[in-house]
Write a protein that binds this ligand. Structure first.
Ligand SMILES: Nc1ncnc2c1ncn2[C@@H]1O[C@H](COP(=O)(O)OP(=O)(O)OP(=O)(O)O)[C@@H](O)[C@H]1O
Ligand SMILES: [Mg+2]
Length: 258
C-alpha cells in the first residue's frame, strides 16, 4: 500500500502546494510511483503539473458523485507522477457531503482500491481545517506541515495540532506529523533565522534539514505547468526540494533506494 502524506496547514500561502508538487515530482524522479491529489478548490496543484482544469472529471466527482478515484487519475508528463485534478466546484463539496454518513472517510474509501498502485500518495490540502482537510487527515499515514519563515508562522499551530490529535483519537490512530518544511527562507534576514530556530525548537527533530529558499524560479515554475525539477532542476529551490524528498524517503523507507 502507498504511504499517504497530507500536506496541511490551515494558514494560507505558506507553500503547501509548492511543496506538494515539488516533493511529489522529486520522488517520481527517484523512481517512486506517486499520486498527487489536488484537494483544494483553487486547483493550483492541477495547473502546476500542467493539467487542464476544463472538461475533466475531478475529485469533486469522486467525493460528491460516485466516480471511482481511478476514473479521475490523470497521467502527467513527468516521470512516475499521476494526479487527481480539482476545480472550483470542489468548494461546494463540503456542503454537499456534510450530511452524509461517514462524511469524514469518503476520500479514504476512494483511495483504498488504487493505493497499491503507488508508493506515495501526496494530498495538497486547502487552507482550512474543514471537511476536505479532515478527509485528507483521516486517510493519511503522515502529515507534512509546510511553514513559512515569517513572523506569524507559529500562529494557529495549536489549532492544527489539536485537529491532528482529534483525528488520531477518533478516526485514524496511526496519524503522525512526519515533518515540517521550512519555506520561503531568506538567509539574509535575521527574521528568517529566528523563526526557523523557533520552529525547530517547537518541533524537536521533525523539521527537514534543508529549508526551501525564497526563489523566483519556484514561483515561476507553475505558470509553465512544471515542477521545479523539470523547470530549473539545479536552482536553489530545485535542489532543496530534491534534498527534502531524499530525507523523506530516508525517514520512511529502510535505507534509501537511491
Ligand atoms: N520558496 C518559495 N520562493 C518564492 N515563492 C514561493 C516559494 N514557495 C511558494 N512560493 C509562492 O508563494 C505563493 C504561495 O505558495 P503556495 O501556493 O505553495 O502556498 P499554499 O500554502 O499552497 O497556498 P494556499 O493556502 O492558498 O493553498 C505562490 O505564489 C508560490 O508560487
Ligand atoms: Mg495551495
Amino acid at each position: 500500500m502507498a504511504t499517504v502524506l497530507a500536506f496541511a496547514n490551515q494558514k494560507g500561502g505558506v507553500g503547501k502546494t509548492t511543496s506538494a508538487i515539488n516533493v511529489a515530482a522529486a520522488l517520481g524522479l527517484m523512481g517512486r510511483r506517486v499520486l498527487l491529489v489536488d484537494a483544494d478548490p483553487q486547483g493550483n496543484c492541477t495547473g502546476g503539473v500542467g493539467l487542464s482544469k476544463t472538461d475533466t472529471a475531478t475529485l469533486y466527482d469522486v467525493l460528491v458523485g460516485s466516480l471511482p478515484l481511478s476514473a479521475v487519475v490523470r497521467q502527467t508528463p513527468f516521470a512516475n507522477l499521476w494526479a487527481v485534478p480539482a476545480t472550483m466546484d470542489l468548494a461546494g463539496a463540503e456542503l454537499e457531503i456534510a450530511a452524509r454518513d461517514h462524511r469524514e472517510s469518503l476520500l479514504s474509501a476512494a483511495l483504498l482500491p488504487v493505493s497499491s498502485a503507488f508508493d506515495y500518495v501526496i494530498i495538497d490540502c486547502p487552507p482550512s481545517l474543514g471537511l476536505i482537510t479532515l478527509n485528507a487527515l483521516v486517510c493519511a499515514d503522515f502529515v507534512v506541515v509546510p511553514m513559512q519563515c515569517e513572523y506569524f508562522a507559529l500562529e494557529g499551530l495549536s489549532q492544527l495540532s489539536y485537529t491532528i490529535r482529534s483525528v488520531k483519537r477518533m478516526y485514524n490512530p496511526r496519524l503522525e506529523i512526519l515533518g515540517v518544511i521550512l519555506t520561503m527562507f531568506d538567509g539574509r534576514l535575521n527574521l528568517s533565522h529566528q523563526v526557523a530556530r523557533e520552529i525547530r525548537r517547537h518541533f524537536e527533530g521533525k523539521v527537514f534539514k534543508n529549508a526551501v529558499p525564497r526563489s523566483v524560479r519556484l514561483s515561476e515554475a507553475p505558470s509553465h505547468g512544471k515542477p521545479i525539477c523539470y523547470y530549473d532542476r539545479y536552482s536553489k529551490g530545485g535542489i532543496a526540494y530534491q534534498e527534502i524528498a531524499l530525507e523523506l524517503t530516508r525517514r520512511l523507507e529502510k535505507g534509501p533506494r537511491r
